[in-house]
Design a protein around this ligand. Structure first.
Ligand code: NAD
Ligand code: GLY
Length: 370
């Protein structure tokens, strides 16, 4: 894959860092990481699927840069983000005789990034880490911004920390091996940025989605860079989601998490697929409340459907599950004083935080939204 590497910056004072986007970054990771190292030792955390194609070039580059390296390969899938795997991971990292100057390198999708980031946040009370995201979802969302977490018996992402990486290397070439279903799920998160704050970007995605998801270098890089730039600006403004800025990134996610919970957080419905349907539901609910026009909702539904992403509860077996979905929404991390927070659109490119969505309105909406 050809094209130039572009650099963006997450401006967070002494915790600021670069995001590099473009081809060849996995093989060149050693050279990019070396200047950030206090000790020339890296522990690379990845999963079996990613290791099969992308670990060798990464470790070759670390070796060429004179960096000692130890790979740790986890099983793929959301099930890896649990306490048992976390316990084994930190034991395995400690067995590499690390020091505070050791760098953890997360090579993989959001699962590897989240568990490795949380390990970095807690090992020796915090060691440096680098994100090398290999899914589109991880490149446009999870690798940037410092949210790290694992799941517990009580729910998803409930044990974690805000902990920023030192560098993000988003290698566009990595996406060539990604299954199309995973690519489209990640694409849903790029659509999210257009819908919350950039109507022009959404217009562009509607026109160019074929080239983006066909991995044409110029289109793909523009989609990833536009998404990362928006995320970097939002994170710089509201790192710990104490205001409304970062909360906007949860657009489609309150509905989406409920859908994922009800389908068991697995292959039945991928995170990005749940977000896609969640965004459609958010538009439909906003139309019902008289906040947003039906034309905008129709346009969003049409684009989501065109990308082979789900637009109907019935299509994923969740028709007539209103009570169960509402119960999941009531357990969302964003619930305050028992009130459900929703991110709702006023129009394409303009979303806001509604702190007190009415449970009865939501129940009636979900019951009818089959
Ligand atoms: P994932 O990490 O499970 O990756 C999806 C699948 O693709 C896995 O089977 C993986 O092995 C495989 N894969 C990864 N890269 C590949 C490649 N280049 N070629 C072939 N196969 C590849 O899932 P994901 O969608 O990347 O991330 C989902 C996770 O991210 C969830 O746990 C979610 O909670 C988390 N997340 C975190 C944040 C955050 O801000 N921290 C944001 C969004 C999502
Ligand atoms: N994915 C939402 C956030 O990073 O805040």
């Amino acid at each position: 894959m050809s094209g130039a590497v572009e650099t963006l910056r997450v401006e967070l004072a002494d915790r600021g860092y670069d995001i590099l986007v473009g081809p060849g970054l996995i093989a060149a990771a050693g050279a990019h990481i070396l200047p950030l190292m206090r000790r020339k030792q890296a522990v690379v955390v990845t999963d079996e699927t990613v290791a099969a194609t992308h670990l060798e070039p990464l470790v070759a580059g670390l070796g060429a840069a004179g960096i000692a390296h130890h790979p740790i390969v986890l099983p793929p899938g959301e099930g890896t983000k649990d306490l048992a795997h976390f316990g084994r991971l930190v034991d395995d990292v400690l067995a590499c005789t690390i020091e505070r100057g050791t760098m953890l390198v997360a090579l993989g999708g959001g699962v590897v990034g989240d568990i490795c980031g949380f390990a970095a946040a807690t090992l020796l009370r915090g060691i440096d880490f680098v994100q090398v995201p290999t899914t589109l979802l991880a490149q446009v969302d999870s690798s940037v911004g410092g949210k790290t977490a694992i799941n517990t018996a009580a729910g998803k992402n409930l044990l974690g920390a805000f902990y920023q990486p030192r560098l993000v290397l988003a290698d566009s070439g990595a996406l060539a091996t990604l299954p199309r279903r995973e690519l489209l799920a990640g694409y849903a998160e790029t659509v999210k940025y257009g819908l919350i704050a950039d109507a022009g970007f959404f217009n562009w995605l509607e026109a160019e989605s074929g080239r983006v998801c066909g991995l044409e270098p110029a289109a793909l890089n523009r989609a990833v860079i536009t998404s990362c730039r928006m995320k970097a600006e939002i994170v710089a403004a509201d790192e710990r989601e104490t205001g409304d800025a970062r909360a906007l990134l949860n657009f489609g996610h309150t509905f989406g998490h409920a859908l994922e919970a009800e389908t068991g957080f697995g292959d039945a419905l991928l995170h990005g697929e749940a977000v896609a349907l969640g965004m459609v539901l958010a538009f439909d609910f906003a139309v019902r409340l008289g906040i947003c026009s039906g034309q905008d909702a129709t346009r969003v539904r049409r684009h989501v459907a065109a990308m082979d992403l789900p637009t109907e509860l019935g299509a994923i077996g969740l028709a007539s599950k209103a009570d169960a979905l509402l119960a999941h929404m009531g357990k969302d991390k964003k619930v305050r004083d028992g009130k459900i927070t929703l991110i709702l659109p006023r129009r394409i490119g303009d979303a806001y935080v509604m702190r007190d969505a009415g449970a009865e309105d939501l129940r009636a909406f979900l019951a009818e939204a089959a």
